[in-house]
Design a protein around this ligand. Structure first.
Ligand code: ZN
Length: 388
């Protein structure tokens, strides 16, 4: 047989290959091997008819909290992400150097879904959602962070630092400068949280390098990307030199008022992520396809939001084998029903509005294997899909 699996007859939307049209996708050995209007379905071990569905690369959620059962924020990735077509989830600094080995052993390794992580610059990580994890600079341990990144190269993408007023206390740029030094030393990247920033956002943006990530870019608390009613020019300047602007929606970090001004000024995020955690999961973020649909309601096209949740996120984490339905890529694929109707969306400040399209998950394929949403998945699941 030529294929282990053929996904037949769907509308394949793959921004990385500029593909938008009806096609069959052929999968073998966990990889995408063919994409064409009609493949030899007889030569396939399994055929799944996805006629009427929008078929996209498996989504990549760049900002999640996956330290389940340890952090108050942590969700179970296989339950909270995988059924929604999210095949790769990136934990945004829920663990630090002290807790990373436990995070790896008890959350990342047993999970079916592909899980990657940023290491919190604070060695204690984020056990509590409202903690001040740096305690001055007491828990900012440069050497331990570098050693942890070196020991976990396969899953650790860089360092996360929160620059909020509460976390910084009397500090100013010290944690960000240390994070940049750690990233520089390890050849990785910084993800910086700017919600409730203590400093003007421009002071942070100026320091970031190509590949560094700003998350919560459209938050609505003090020190946003808007000043005097206009988008600060440092945003476009940073984006032009390769700084990644990420949404990180969460339950407090997306404002319609901020986004309206930014969008009117021509701003578009590079990546759209949920900041999925115990609380944001209940709304207004809910899940990644809902968050992508929200950005369609703000004027982005289907191809743009899919790019922001797949290709651009893959590029931000240096994983060119993910985020595209092209021959040679991992066979991580999602299928959605693109429902038309009237859907209510809400920001994190109680502002709501209606949109007319919603991506509703139908099928997740991870490493070439369809995931049954009703199957009990997790560390004790009978079916071993790991190594995908
Ligand atoms: Zn977060």
């Amino acid at each position: 047989v030529a294929y282990d699996l053929v996904l037949a007859g769907g509308r394949v939307v793959d921004p990385a290959s500029r593909h938008d049209g009806i096609a069959d996708i052929g999968v073998a050995d966990g990889l995408i091997v063919d994409i064409a209007p009609e493949l030899d379905r007889g030569g396939a071990r399994q055929v799944i008819d996805v006629t009427g569905a929008v078929v996209t690369p498996g989504l990549i959620d760049l900002h999640t909290h996956l330290f389940h059962r340890v952090s108050t924020l942590g969700v179970d990735v296989d339950e909270a992400c995988l059924p929604y077509g999210v095949t790769t989830s990136v934990d945004a600094g829920t663990s630090g150097a002290i807790t990373f080995p436990g995070f790896r052993k008890y959350c990342v390794e047993p999970a079916v879904a592909r899980s990657l992580a940023f290491l919190n610059i604070a060695s204690i990580g984020l056990i509590l959602d409202d903690q001040e994890e740096l305690a001055g600079m007491r828990y900012a341990d440069r050497e331990a962070a570098i050693a942890t990144i070196e020991a976990n190269r396969d899953i650790c993408l860089g360092v996360k630092v929160r620059m909020s007023k509460k976390v910084l206390g009397d500090l100013t740029l010290e944690p960000l400068l240390m994070a940049l030094d750690i990233a520089e030393t390890t050849g990785t990247r910084v993800m910086v949280h700017i919600t409730r920033s203590k400093l003007p956002v421009r002071d942070i943006l100026r320091l970031l390098r190509s590949g560094d990530i700003v998350t919560h870019v459209l938050h609505g608390h003090p020190n946003t990307v808007i000043e005097d009613g206009a988008l600060i020019p440092e945003v476009a300047e940073a984006q032009a030199r390769g700084v990644i602007m990420d949404i990180g929606h969460g339950w407090g970090s997306f404002s319609r008022a901020t986004s309206d001004i930014a969008f009117a000024a021509g701003f578009r995020p590079n990546t759209i992520s949920t900041d999925l955690h115990t609380f944001s999961r209940m709304g207004p973020a809910f899940d990644l396809p809902t968050t992508l649909s929200k950005f369609m309601s703000l004027g982005m096209t289907l191809a743009e939001v899919i790019a922001a949740g797949s290709m651009n996120a893959a590029s931000a984490i240096g994983r060119e084998d993910l985020g595209s339905i092209s021959p040679g890529c991992r066979a991580d694929i999602a299928a959605y029903r693109l429902n038309a109707g009237s859907f209510r969306f809400e920001d994190c400040h109680g502002v709501s509005w209606l949109g007319d399209q919603m991506l509703t998950p139908m099928l997740t394929v991870l490493g070439g294997k369809p995931i049954d949403p009703n199957r009990q998945i997790g560390s004790d699941g009978e079916e071993d899909l790991r190594g995908a």
